[in-house]
Design a protein around this ligand. Structure first.
Ligand code: FNR
Length: 188
């Protein structure tokens, strides 16, 4: 049994440290997790005016989430909160009313920052949003990553053994979380 994981990178930066973190996470993840990025960069800004006729990018996002067994959020912290581009993507996926793509979906949250707080405040904000969206979040372990180029190479290689072990354990727990949630709430 393998699980399809759609992942969000909450940054639009061409040099995103969170994209590097996402690559590191994929490297250490269990073999039975298959990863597909859920792109957010081409979405227009959400408005309820679109609810009767979603644009192609938003339809594609909802379809990709709904064909996933779980979603992983790898995000920076912007001004102690969620980056606008990521919040916009979540708003698209949560609508139109009654067609929330996150309903009962297993989810996990992680992020990297150059400061030692490691996106902790953004993650709390994101968790509140995902709770309202009725996603089934992994609540432990938490992971607040202080990013340095010495520890994370551009291709996602992790050079510090305890960091690698921590992230491997995080992804193993995510796999177990997905399996537990899907036992009770199988995907349609
Ligand atoms: C930041 N940064 C930042 N860092 C942090 O720890 N807490 C914060 O609230 C913020 N706020 C913030 C706002 C904005 C608009 C920017 C551009 C940056 C710094 C941030 O951690 C750093 O730029 C990371 O490199 C962002 O992640 P990505 O885009 O490289 O993945």
């Amino acid at each position: 049994m393998s699980y399809k994981v759609g992942y969000f990178v909450g940054s639009l930066s061409s040099t995103s440290i969170n994209r590097v973190l996402s690559e590191a996470l994929i490297r250490v993840a269990p073999d039975d997790l298959e990863f597909t990025e859920l792109p957010i960069g081409d979405l227009p800004l959400y408005s309820p005016d679109h609810d009767s006729d979603y644009p192609a990018e938003a339809r594609a996002l909802k379809a990709a989430i709904e064909s996933s067994d779980a979603v992983l959020f790898v995000t920076p912290e912007y001004n102690r909160s969620i980056p606008g581009a990521l919040k916009n993507a979540i708003d698209w996926a949560s609508r139109p009313w009654g067609k929330n793509s996150f309903d009962h979906l297993p989810a996990a949250v992680i992020g990297a920052s150059i400061g030692v707080i490691g996106t902790a405040v953004a993650q709390q904000s994101l968790r509140a949003v995902l709770a309202f969206c009725n996603a089934r979040q992994m609540t432990a372990p938490e992971a607040y990553i202080h990013f340095t180029k010495e520890v994370f190479q551009e291709d996602g290689t992790i050079t510090k053994q305890d960091t690698e072990e921590f992230l491997r354990a995080y992804m193993n727990e995510f796999r177990e979380h997905i399996a537990r949630v899907l036992t009770v709430l199988p995907r349609r």
